[in-house]
Design a protein around this ligand. Sequence first.
Ligand code: NAP
Length: 337
Amino acid sequence: MTKGNIQVCLAARPVGMPTDSDWEIRHSPVPVAGEGQFVAEVLYVSVDPAMRGWMNDARSYIEPVAIGAVMRAGGIARVTESKHDGFAVGDHIFTMTGIQQFIVSDGKDIQKVDASLAPLPTYLGVLGMTGLTAYFGILEVADLKEGDIVVVSGAAGAVGSVVGQIARIKGCRVVGIAGGAEKCGYLIDELGFDAAIDYKNDDLHKALRAHCPKGVDVFFDNVGGDTLNTVLPMMRFHGRIAICGAISQYNNTSPVKGPSNYMSLLVSSARMEGFVVFDFAKRYPEAIKAMAGWMAEGKLISKDQIEEGIENFPSVLLKLFTGGNFGKLILKNTAAD
Ligand SMILES: NC(=O)c1ccc[n+]([C@@H]2O[C@H](COP(=O)([O-])OP(=O)(O)OC[C@H]3O[C@@H](n4cnc5c(N)ncnc54)[C@H](OP(=O)(O)O)[C@@H]3O)[C@@H](O)[C@H]2O)c1
């Protein structure tokens, strides 16, 4: 059977949680390489909370996805046809493939990846954008120091699980916040966290007091909203809060809930700083080297949740907002098997 190109395109700007009518599944022919171009078949795409922000028509660190355009996504692809001197058939690459089965490229903004060094999905997780976010967020933005008491929200997710493991490697006490007993058990039993709080069933305030009686030096926040507000008064002198994300607020139809406890920053001479991983783009190689080393030593565990079928992207995306993912959420193009 001749292959086609399934593309998931943005049909409308969602209000609240995205629905099926916000998407159009388009079937088009496989692109053909012109002179100086190559075609690649997408193998895996990264499914990220940030996608929800890219669907809004609002000022951000990146342009919104246009209505009618293929949904933006980072992905791993394999070159299937090449008229480009720098890329041969069979090469594996990372680029912003979008949610589709094939891309055509002139070679700009493409990184080659080595399938013999790590499983390909790892380049979307620990050795990809979420791992890099964790690395620079905890070590640079939060200015982690040995012995710090660290709290991380979204702790069983792609970024949070790496943050907590790095903090353990650096000799810190680490408390994770995650939804459900299974995720909390995993943090302690598999990842070596010192404690975990199930925010869906525990009283977060009481549990933080129990697990961090001296307060918190570093809070790495992926969630925002009530979680951020509850941790703020726990901050110690010269504490640091890294604002990585605020997933609890991404589908709001009302304004983002700000932290009323922000005066805690003043009384603790603490600081709160946001960041985008791209701020550290020039230093990615150093982070990848360090994390690949920790993985090889068995100190850093990568957990991926691989869902199947590019056309299933609309429902897979929602898993991020319902806690239906455990580790790095990735979508596999099963047609590429
Ligand atoms: N600043 C940057 O450059 C950068 C880069 C990448 C990611 N991020 C941000 O980092 C955060 C984590 O991203 P990720 O890719 O690692 O996703 P993830 O943590 O793997 O998946 C999202 C998780 O968020 C939790 N969640 C969803 N809704 C929630 C709510 N209302 N309250 C509390 N928790 C909720 C769920 O876990 P539970 O089951 O535990 O609820 C879900 O599994 C996101 O905020 C993302 O936007 C920032």
